[in-house]
Design a protein around this ligand. Structure first.
Ligand SMILES: [Zn+2]
Length: 503
């Protein structure tokens, strides 16, 4: 006859879900929920395995990203509410090709190279031995002569500095190497000897090439600062003043003062700091400042945008619009059994309930299995003058090995309305993303900018979350579980709440 094992561990209360099993004796991990299924592996004492599912007194657990079944009566169960999520399994990494080691340069050989970063442009001449150049100042720059040395590899480096060019050209002349460096007139530079004499460097500190102002809309102002290399900056706002601190930057061709015929900008001053923390402080004094934003455009120039208070849009400060992705004839991504549209809706409705309990007004772009066009989703939020819009999705990929959480916002320099919300949009995305990571503990795929219709067409700060990959077997298993969906909803609501409170 058959005897049923006594089952102490599997809780029949459906509200209480096991989080993990703790193994104290070596146990079989089987391919299905029963002893008739084959044992595929064994778990060792001390292992803690996340529970994916349960059936007939057996637990489905995740081990190294692979699901197995283990008998409920041979393990202990952990019920923690916030510990249930399997540790993210690292994604299989592409086989890394070892980085070539910096090759040894021969003693009588010189190599030319350059770097361009926040501090400026550095041209380098490097050898395997201590260099002893003759340096001659010429009308257009410097000439380095190295006796009994030969240049190998790159022999011409060109870098645009505005409409001029910085050039380093090397030739082998008889037994000697001759390197001429042409530096555009008026450009500051210094020479340095580095690496115990094995490198001669010419350093052109980062500086401002040009400052240009463009007006847009009725009060919008755009200031474009062109520099020879990317800038590092901090932005602060004091009353109606916006202040930028640029590290390692010289005024260059900029003036110390600008005044425009503007209803918004009273004046702009720039001050060059020398000493230990060199840089430029730029102060923009305004009248009735509404919004301000700054960042680097696709052309590499630093853009500042400002807009007056009078152009501030009407906002229902307490209203959040939630957008469950897809619906109706559009199922979105698919797992083996789940469809994205149903998961998105379930989670979005739960997010809304949590937010309502926190005192927010909540509207949805859909509350049932209906088709809503992308433009219409943004229109709904725009018509309602919502304070914030969050689109909820789950991911998929052409292969099923991708996992993790990613969150998007969109605020390009090319679209002033969106760019002026850059800080808010990014903060909304980051708050939600960080909450999802800390509660679900999936792989961090990052916060990214993407030109999605709902992000581009919403007038208010907006974000789009991809919680997990529905076509990844491990993550589909997670998304099937009501406690995991509840946790995702809690995370998204918490992120939105954080954002709203931080405005
Ligand atoms: Zn989707």
């Amino acid at each position: 006859s058959m005897t049923s094992p006594v089952n102490n561990n599997v809780d029949t209360d459906t509200n209480k879900k096991p989080a993990a099993v703790i193994v104290s004796n070596t146990v079989n991990l089987r391919t299905g929920p029963g002893t008739t299924y084959s044992s595929a592996d064994q778990a060792q004492p001390g292992e803690k395995l996340a529970v994916l599912d349960q059936k007939d007194g057996w637990y489905q657990v995740s081990r190294g990203g692979v699901p197995f079944w283990v008998a409920g009566w041979v393990v202990d169960v952990a019920w923690e509410e916030h510990e249930p999520i399997p540790e993210p399994e690292p994604e299989p990494k592409p086989v890394e090709t070892p980085q070539p080691k910096p090759e040894e340069i021969k003693e009588d050989v010189i190599k030319l190279s350059y770097t361009k970063d926040e501090t400026g442009i550095t041209l380098k001449m490097t050898s395997g031995s201590k260099l002893n150049p003759e340096i001659e100042k010429t009308a257009s720059g410097l000439t380095y002569t190295y006796k009994d040395m030969q240049i190998e590899g790159l022999n011409l480096i060109k870098q645009d500095i505005g409409s001029n060019q910085l050039r380093m050209r090397g030739i082998n002349s008889g037994n000697d190497a001759i390197i001429s460096v042409e530096i555009p007139a008026g450009v500051e530079f210094r020479t340095e000897t580095l690496d115990k004499g094995k490198t001669e460097a010419i350093i052109i500190p980062n500086f401002i090439l040009n400052i240009e102002r463009k007006a847009f809309g009725s009060t919008g102002e755009r200031i474009i600062i062109t520099t020879i290399a990317p800038v590092e900056y901090t932005k602060t706002q004091q009353d109606d003043k916006v202040i930028f601190e640029f590290k390692d930057l010289l005024l260059g061709k900029a003036r110390s003062q600008y005044s425009f015929n503007s209803s918004l900008i009273k004046g702009v001053t720039l001050e060059e700091l020398s000493g230990k923390n060199p840089g430029v402080i730029m102060t923009i004094a305004t009248k009735e400042l509404g919004q301000s934003s700054a960042g680097v455009g696709s052309d590499g120039a630093f853009n500042i945008m400002l807009r007056g208070k009078s152009e501030t849009r009407q906002v229902r400060e307490n209203l959040i619009v939630l957008d469950p992705g897809h619906g109706g004839s559009d199922s979105g991504a698919r797992g083996s059994t789940l469809t994205e549209k149903e998961v998105n809706l379930d989670i979005a409705l739960q997010v809304g309930e949590i937010l309502k309990k926190k005192g927010y007004e909540v509207e949805y772009t859909r509350t049932g299995d209906t088709y809503v066009g992308l433009q219409e989703r943004a229109n709904i939020a725009n018509r309602l003058n919502a304070a914030v819009f969050v689109s909820i999705h789950n991911n998929s990929f052409t292969t099923n090995d991708k996992m993790g959480t990613e969150t998007f916002f969109y605020a390009p320099v090319s679209n002033p309305d969106l760019f002026l919300q850059k800080d808010d949009r990014e903060r909304l995305a980051r708050n939600i993303h960080n909450q999802l990571l800390s509660k679900l503990r999936r792989i961090d795929r990052g916060v990214k900018q993407e030109n999605y219709s709902v992000l581009r067409n919403t007038n208010m700060p907006s974000a789009l979350v991809e919680i997990m990959f529905i076509n990844n077997p491990t993550e589909e298993q997670l998304l099937k579980q009501s406690n995991i969906r509840a946790l995702a909803a809690e995370a998204i609501a918490e992120g939105i709440d954080q954002y709203m409170k931080g405005r």
